[in-house]
Write a protein that binds this ligand. Structure first.
Ligand SMILES: NC(=O)c1ccc[n+]([C@@H]2O[C@H](COP(=O)([O-])OP(=O)(O)OC[C@H]3O[C@@H](n4cnc5c(N)ncnc54)[C@H](O)[C@@H]3O)[C@@H](O)[C@H]2O)c1
Ligand SMILES: [Zn+2]
Length: 369
């Protein structure tokens, strides 16, 4: 493996799998397939999007072909709209025409959109074929680990899905160099989230190394993604199907999802929306008697990463509230929230009054402190 590469394992018994993080890893893809004993007789399908295809698809395919694999490429339009049943239908047709069989492997080369879509294809095609994740965004350190795969319905996001763990995750840091800065910032929001829910020392480190991370310095980036994937892996290993613990990964997501829905998907990137949401959750913590310093610190960190920490005027409070009430995280008149108890630890509260949430949403307006 190339210099400075890191490896960790998602511990799920016989479905355990490795995550490789480092530079120059795309060129090793074929060897990883051979090492795992994937059949060269079954065609491999590489799913990618229109922005990533021209940058990295050939490199991945060359490596596979050099190891004797037949690869077919499927390209979907870049963007959230590709996570649809219509797009899945097209992919199934392409898979059938390419002669994929039960021993075939589907590869996702791209961000979370490609990962979720190709993952759902792998979960459902012939009742499930092998799946490999090659994340190319920072945000996808989160989505590529843990096995949640899904497409959207016009009425709800991620509502048609499955749990389908990959065979391995190959995170080649070289692919991140082409990411627009706004996507870098948004992805780092989820990295910081993993610190906020689990490990104060990692939050300290992120804050100290913000510049390095924003400029994609390989050592800092490799370490940050390793730590982010590590937290996600530990949580998923203990609670794969989100019976309890896994819900802590939703820190900032109750408000964040509502903001994304109200602003219109794509207006506010996921990582941006949850940064605002995490500030909101930290303010909620003060209502439960936890230190107001948590909210101040949370806000300071996200500002340092150039992320938004206030709700845009385009999102009216009543619309944000009604989007939250329609979300899955609402039960019997009370809202369920992940609330920080300190930097690096959280608890799940199911006794959050919607009045408090409304006050917090109102208080998070531009121009308010
Ligand atoms: N399954 C999970 O557990 C999970 C967790 C978090 C998020 N998600 C999902 O992930 C999706 C968001 O993921 P995302 O932020 O990676 O979005 P994305 O896949 O849309 O990628 C963001 C943008 O960057 C482009 N891009 C990707 N890689 C690039 C590269 N290396 N260079 C240049 N451009 C590149 C894409 O074409 C796209 O325009 C959402 O659909 C969300 O629901 C899933
Ligand atoms: Zn998220």
């Amino acid at each position: 493996m190339s210099g400075g590469a890191r490896e960790l394992t998602v511990d799920l018994g016989e479905r355990s799998y490795p995550i490789y993080i480092g530079t120059g890893l795309l060129a090793e893809l074929g060897r990883k397939f051979t090492d795992r004993g994937f059949s060269v007789k079954s065609p491999v399908m590489l799913v990618t999007d229109s922005a990533v295809e021209g940058l990295y698809a050939s490199k991945a395919e060359e490596s596979l072909r050099a190891s004797g694999y037949t690869v077919t490429r499927a390209v979907v339009p870049s963007g959230e709209a590709s996570k649809s049943l219509e797009r899945l239908d097209v992919l199934v047709e392409e898979a059938l025409k390419a002669g994929l069989d039960r021993k075939s492997v589907v590869i996702a080369l791209g961000g979370g959109v490609v990962g979720d879509l190709a993952g759902f294809l792998a979960a459902s095609f012939m009742r499930g074929v092998k799946f490999v994740q090659i994340p190319t965004t920072i945000l996808a350190h989160d989505s590529s680990v843990g096995g949640k795969v899904a497409v959207n319905h016009r009425l709800a996001k991620n509502i048609i899905g499955a749990f389908h763990q990959p065979e391995f995750v190959l995170y080649d840091l070289d692919t991140l160099a082409s990411l627009p800065l706004r996507e870098v910032r948004a992805g780092l929001s989820e990295v910081v989230k993993h610190g906020l829910i689990w490990e104060e020392a990692f939050v300290d480190w992120c804050e100290e190394n913000a510049e390095q991370l924003l400029s994609l310095a390989p050592d800092a980036l490799g370490y940050a993604l390793y730590e982010g994937c590590k937290v996600k892996s530990i949580v998923v290993s203990r609670d794969e199907k989100e019976n309890d613990l896994r819900a802590i990964l939703n820190l900032g997501h109750t408000i964040g999802h509502a903001l994304e829905a109200v602003a219109g998907y794509g207006e506010l990137l996921h990582g941006e929306a949850i940064a605002i949401g995490m500030v909101g959750s930290a303010r909620l913590a003060a209502r439960f008697g936890y230190s107001p310093d948590i909210a101040e610190r949370t806000e300071r960190i996200f500002r340092k990463f150039g992320l938004p920490v206030r709700i845009p005027d385009s999102c009216a409070t009543e619309n944000v509230m009604s989007a939250m009430l329609h979300d899955k995280k609402f039960t019997e008149g009370k809202m369920v929230f992940v609330v920080p108890t300190a930097i690096g630890s959280v608890e799940i509260r199911s006794d959050v009054s919607s009045e408090w949430v409304k006050e917090i949403v109102d208080g998070l307006r531009e121009g308010k402190s």
